[in-house]
Design a protein around this ligand. Structure first.
Ligand SMILES: Cc1cc2nc3c(=O)[nH]c(=O)nc-3n(C[C@H](O)[C@H](O)[C@H](O)COP(=O)(O)OP(=O)(O)OC[C@H]3O[C@@H](n4cnc5c(N)ncnc54)[C@H](O)[C@@H]3O)c2cc1C
Length: 375
């Protein structure tokens, strides 16, 4: 059966769905194709659900800009559409004087990115608001919080559908061919498969987005699109201890590689999670390695002295689709129309790791702007 679409989006994670909600309107045929049986079953449901304020990313980067803008949009959406969220605030803690310098560097970076409410607290001020945390100082970010990512995705789906968009599950994109007026997309589904034409094709395939770029004929290695898998595991804390900390508590980060350090995240059911750690892996496997427990314990007891070894139980894992390999420095999101590679209207989103959840609505607006130029 031959379908004609104006816009096809590969991947029903939070980014693909935010884009669908943004670009769908009554004058366009918009489809989201998802290989799984439902939305958000991969990275978008395997993360900390933190609304980041925008501290960690170099000034002018897409990560910095979309995080700061995305954070403001998410709070607005969450308030307006009753999406569960809490602006709990976050402390990045220094446990020695050397780490205070790191906090000062982060403060400068955050302010440069437009995060206006950051301030450094001395040890006594930290103890006043979080008596069970050990720190000589902390960078306080009042505008950090958590959001129910599942509810957010449901909101985007409703918004996309209200505007005529379609979400098609169990449909895996297996081929992309350039046509005179767009792309022929080949899809595998339960009935064998089908193909359709689309003017604009948007690659939001998360951990598989480099392969999708390859399907369209892009040399992944030469373009710098090869993804690495960086696993992040979580342990949950004994519920009795979960109430001893209210805010997000992060260590001073190592600014090389992926991950912000093992931190606390309060959840909506009152249990505190610790994680994610950061381990490069070769394949996608979401099991939690119990042997990591010792490293978690050693890492968090520096600033959460009340945690005992037996308080920790394995919870879940996610995998970051990172452009930087182990030990490499910062790499930004790739969000671009591939016109200069001979593929106009093919929009790649690659390396959408953290802060992708926070940034999703700002990314969607950026992509919508590119789409308007193409259509
Ligand atoms: C451990 C961890 C912690 C994180 N914590 C945070 C955080 O606290 N705050 C924050 O802002 N961000 C965080 N992130 C980042 C955030 O989760 C991601 O940036 C975001 O979820 C990416 O969404 P996505 O839609 O791009 O990808 P995904 O959710 O992975 O969606 C991609 C979709 O594409 C589909 N797909 C792939 N190939 C095909 C194909 N061939 N055909 C059809 N469909 C296909 C997949 O099935 C999948 O559903 C974290 C990430 C990890 C791993």
């Amino acid at each position: 059966m031959a379908y004609e679409a104006d816009i096809a989006i590969i991947g029903a994670g939070v980014v693909g769905l935010a884009i669908a909600a943004e670009v769908a309107n009554e004058n366009r045929q918009v489809f989201v194709l998802e290989k799984n049986e439902s939305f958000g079953l991969e990275t978008s449901s395997r993360n900390s659900q933190v609304i980041h304020s925008g501290i960690y990313y170099p000034q002018g980067s897409l990560k910095a800009k979309t995080c700061v803008e995305g954070r403001a949009i998410l709070y607005k959406l969450a308030r307006k559409y009753q999406i569960d969220h809490r602006k709990v605030g976050k402390l990045i803690v220094a446990v020695d004087d050397r780490e205070i310098e790191q906090l000062e560097a982060l403060l400068e970076m955050g302010e440069g990115n437009g995060v206006e409410d950051l301030r450094i607290l001395i040890g006594q001020e930290v103890r006043q608001i979080e008596p069970n945390v050990i720190a000589v100082a902390a960078l306080f970010s009042p505008s950090s919080g958590i959001i129910d990512g599942y509810a957010l995705m449901r909101y985007f789906i409703a918004q996309a559908k209200d505007n005529g968009g379609n979400i098609v599950y169990r449909s895996k994109v297996i081929g992309i061919d350039r046509e005179s007026n767009g792309y022929k997309v080949s899809v595998e589904d339960n009935s064998g498969g089908f193909s359709f034409n689309t003017k604009v094709l948007i690659n939001c395939a998360g951990l598989n987005s480099d392969n999708i770029a390859g399907l369209a004929g892009i040399d992944i290695a030469q373009s710098g699109y090869k993804l690495h898998y960086c696993k992040g595991e979580y342990f949950r804390v004994n519920p009795d201890k979960s109430k001893l900390v209210k805010r997000l508590i992060y260590p001073a980060p190592k600014l090389i590689g992926a991950g912000l350090g093992i931190h606390t995240t309060p959840t909506f059911d009152g249990v505190m999670l610790l994680g994610p750690n950061s381990r490069y892996v070769d394949s996608i496997d979401y099991s939690v390695n119990d042997q990591q427990k010792e490293a978690f314990y050693d890492s968090v007891t520096k600033f959460l002295p009340f945690i005992e070894y037996d308080d920790l139980e394995p919870e879940m894992a996610g995998i970051r689709p990172t452009l930087q390999g182990a030990g490499e420095g910062f790499k930004d999101f790739v969000i671009r129309d591939e016109r200069d590679k001979g593929l106009p209207g093919f929009i790649n989103l690659i390396g959408i790791e953290s802060p992708g959840l926070t940034s999703c609505s700002a990314i969607a607006k950026y992509v919508a702007y590119i789409v308007d130029e193409v259509l």
